[in-house]
Design a protein around this ligand. Sequence first.
Ligand SMILES: [Zn+2]
Length: 261
Amino acid sequence: MPEGDTIAGLALRLAPALSGRVIRACEAQALDPAGLIGRRVEAVRSHGKHLMVDVDGGLTLLVHLGMLGRVRVLRAPLRERRTTPQLLLEVDGARVLFSRVPVLRLVARQAAARVVGALGPDLAGEAFDLDEATRRLRASERPTIAEALLDQGAMAGVGNELKSEILFLERQSPRARVADVDDARLRAIVSRARALVVANVGRARVTRNALRGPRVWVYGRAGRACLRCGGVIEKITQGRDVPRSTYFCATCQPSPRPVAP
Ligand SMILES: [Zn+2]
């Protein structure tokens, strides 16, 4: 699942292929190719789960991969095909193919800045501000800590897999209300999020350092044995508007008194 680590790694991979190069050809279903052909790529950046390709003329290609989106650098031309790709950019020496991407828009640079400006500190960013992220997480209006971790306005980059892994590593119940998590613990949760995102930029995500067995502690492991205590991993659904799965060990992450619904 693309989270902040994946997108930061994608930006690092795309930058050498695209930066400084002129878009020679473009095929697109998603937008008008004429808006991109002939433009020079100035930068490839990321913030949380957003990818931005800045081109000259003050425009930015704003991208969010959602759950299923993919961006690939192709070495050879696409073979004969029946349908127009969602977006194919061609520069000297590289082609970049975007497919199944839910958010793919060419916008004014200021419009992209407004989208990113509404997000919390970027967990993969060099200038990540731990205090600011902790403050915003504390102020999140989401009822439980698990839901607050997905609040991109608090800090940007945690998705559903990292959410469960962070809470397991910090022995934190996902059902706890944010208000019931003390300052030191909240800060430790943010530090853990930062450490996991930074450690996983540019590689397949691993949250569990072990030579054998699963690469993660709890995500996707409902009904299986906890790798720390041997208890059974549970799966619950949290979030009223957008229900998301949370995986946890009730022994390692005991519920606080009173339990939130
Ligand atoms: Zn356990």
